[in-house]
Design a protein around this ligand. Structure first.
Ligand code: NAD
Ligand code: TDX
Length: 332
């Protein structure tokens, strides 16, 4: 049994991780979350109070970070500004949270010699051509494209430096695109599902050829627990489930599963600097640590995600109008 400090635990992947930990381990969790527009306490509703404690606060607050890190056995660091489109509009919060916030936590982990796991993204590697036979591996050079991905790359490099210079016991994981419950309606899949529920046509950026490598959030959680348990200090592990799909195919599948014709969507203004393709080779995690994903069927996983959004309109509805109003100002 361990005490985990989970930063960003009221966000999409962090909250799925907390649910997963409660179901699959005896660990106790303290969530540290600022509750930005992306955080939602309702995502943690129903969890046992004797297992999960919630603290509202900023990871970049040194005294709060110091106290909570000192009370934990291990830190699992999810908190971030996470949306590429927002980073193109206003990069500053991405620097404050992803860079300074990570630095603040690392300093606390260093002072108290705490195990640290840093959750990052495949976007640090830039993008691939559609026909490139190679996929990202742990040795692919960093080449981030957006303010979001460059701040995540910066945070990864801080973790590596704190391992080497100060002996912090840290690991890093870089995961591909997640889907599942509790994802904010600004993101691609929930935006289209909730558009259809609201009678709005789904919105595809550009021609929709861009490929993302989809993984269910529960598979991301099981991978992070595996790395916490068996990962080698100082090492990086790529997390992916061989789920490459282009955006057009994903929109058409959502429309089919929701009973609408395949062409019932709009092409809208493309994202500036839009990464073409991400693809993960997760061989290292599978062969060295013995991890494997459970969700192999994207169609079934997407269908249950659609059901979740249909059943939980009260969770996503308050954010929907403001999100669409923001996109409308960008022609998206
Ligand atoms: P999210 O935006 O849904 O959640 C982020 C959470 O962090 C929110 O609850 C927010 O309130 C909190 N937060 C933001 N700034 C904070 C601060 N300064 N102090 C404390 N809390 C703060 O993001 P997500 O999609 O769940 O992503 C979580 C992590 O996983 C991020 O580090 C992201 O880079 C990484 N990641 C995401 C994906 C994906 O597909 N979404 C894929 C790979 C990696
Ligand atoms: O309305 C849309 N239409 C559209 O075509 C939106 C919101 C997105 N898109 C496209 C852009 C991307 O090619 O869909 C794809 C996925 O977009 P996002 O959901 O914004 O995800 P992405 O930019 O790929 O980044 C996600 O995966 C990696 C997460 O948001 C990051 O936090 C994570 O690091």
């Amino acid at each position: 049994m361990a005490n985990l400090l989970v930063t960003g635990g009221a966000g999409f992947i962090g909250s799925n991780f907390v649910h997963y930990v409660v179901q699959h381990t005896d660990d106790h969790v303290t969530v540290l979350d600022k509750l930005t527009y992306a955080g939602n306490r309702e995502s943690l509703a129903g969890l046992p109070v004797d297992r999960v404690r919630f603290v509202q606060g900023d990871i970049a607050d040194p005294s709060l970070a110091d106290r909570l890190v000192s009370e934990a056995d291990a830190v699992v660091h999810y908190a971030a500004e996470s949306h590429n489109d927002n980073s193109l509009h206003d990069p500053r919060p991405f620097l404050d949270t992803n860079i300074i916030g990570t630095y603040t936590l690392l300093e606390a982990a260093r002072r108290h010699d705490r195990r640290f796991h840093h959750v990052s993204t495949d976007e640090v590697y830039g993008d691939l051509e559609l026909d490139d036979p190679k996929r990202f591996t742990e040795s692919t050079p960093y080449n981030p494209s957006s303010p979001y991905s460059s701040t995540k790359a910066g945070s990864d490099l801080l973790v590596r430096a704190w391992v080497r210079s100060f002996g912090v016991r840290a690991t890093i994981s870089n995961c591909s695109n997640n889907y599942g419950p509790y994802q904010h309606v600004e993101k691609f899949i929930p935006r289209q599902i909730t558009n259809v529920i609201r009678g709005i046509r789904p919105k595809l950026y550009g021609r929709g050829e861009n490929v993302r490598d989809w993984i269910h959030a529960d598979d991301h959680s099981s991978a992070v627990l595996t790395i916490l348990d068996k990962g080698e200090i100082g090492e990086t592990y790529l997390i992916g489930a061989d789920g490459e799909k282009n955006n057009k195919d994903v929109i058409e599948l959502i429309l089919e599963l929701m009973g609408l014709p395949a062409g019932a969507y709009d092409h809208v203004t493309d994202r500036a600097g839009h990464d073409l393709r991400y693809a993960i080779d997760s061989s290292r995690l599978r062969t060295e640590l013995g991890w494997a994903p459970s969700f192999q069927d994207f169609r079934a996983g997407l269908a249950s995600t659609i059901e979740w959004y249909r059943a939980n309109e009260g969770w996503w509805s308050p954010a929907k109008d403001a999100t669409e109003a923001f996109y409308a100002t960008k022609g998206q």
